[in-house]
Unconditional design. Sequence first.
Length: 324
Amino acid sequence: MQPKLNGSAIRRQSFLPALVLLAVAVAVNFYLQPNFFRPAVLSGNLRTYLPLALLAVAQVIVVIGGGIDLSLGAIVSLVVVVMVKAMGDNAETAPLGLAIALGLVTGLVAGLVNGVCVAYLRFQPLVTTFATSFVFAGAAIGVLPSPGGNVPAVMTDIYRANPLGVPLSIWVIALVGLAWWLVRSTRFGKFLFAVGGQSFSAYMTGVPVNQVRLFTYVIAGFVSALSAITVVMGTGTGDPLIGSPMTLGSVVAITLGGTRLSGGQGGMIGAVIGVLLLGIIRSIISFANVDTWSQTLVDGIIVMIALAGPGVIRAVRALRSNTL
């Protein structure tokens, strides 16, 4: 007997408030940066946002399933240096296919390590991925101790291309969106939301909870590798520390996009909107000549509100029910 898992948690969309905030942020940014809507500026901004957008998609998959992954940025760093190292010293003869394949396999293996630890060894996701972030970051430094490498110009040229007049970043997001829609249409997609919403209830209805959790981390590792590929294409070099700031950014972005950190709610659309909103907020801070340290403060406040929000809502509801 197959479990019925098409409940409200699957159908629910929570990105609309973020969409409204995005419209306001765009208006403010346009006021501060009048050339914001010029094609060259828009295309450049989208290229800048794409790596974090992919990483936010990776993060949202794990969080919907009831976990969290603090090692995603370190996975990006590790994949970047593995790819650059595999390309060798001569950019003209660099084995691009091999480098990309090694990068994707590295991301999959890193995700598998996290998944096994969380799903089958029953380690806490927060502690586990915090620990593995140091392992992956250390491995990245071991592979490439200092920034460098020779990336073929063809990779950076492709990244700056506009196929059919549309920036490559939009094509990539569209393809990822199609993949997300296909996943949502499968049993795994229904299981994913069920496990994140009520894991025990899902288990009692026959959902393979451990397998679902394992696959969320494996998929997140793979998508993180895709993010790393865009980093290499965008920067044209390798840096063992480049992914470190991206982890917090991915958590903040999905939070802004309406994903519930306790699991069972969220989606790719909200994650991408959250990245756009976060990027434009940072742009506003820059153009408004506000100290850059305030961005870290804003990121932290957003996460704290997201964590405290459900508890505050429950407390308000309890207080109202007691007074009625």
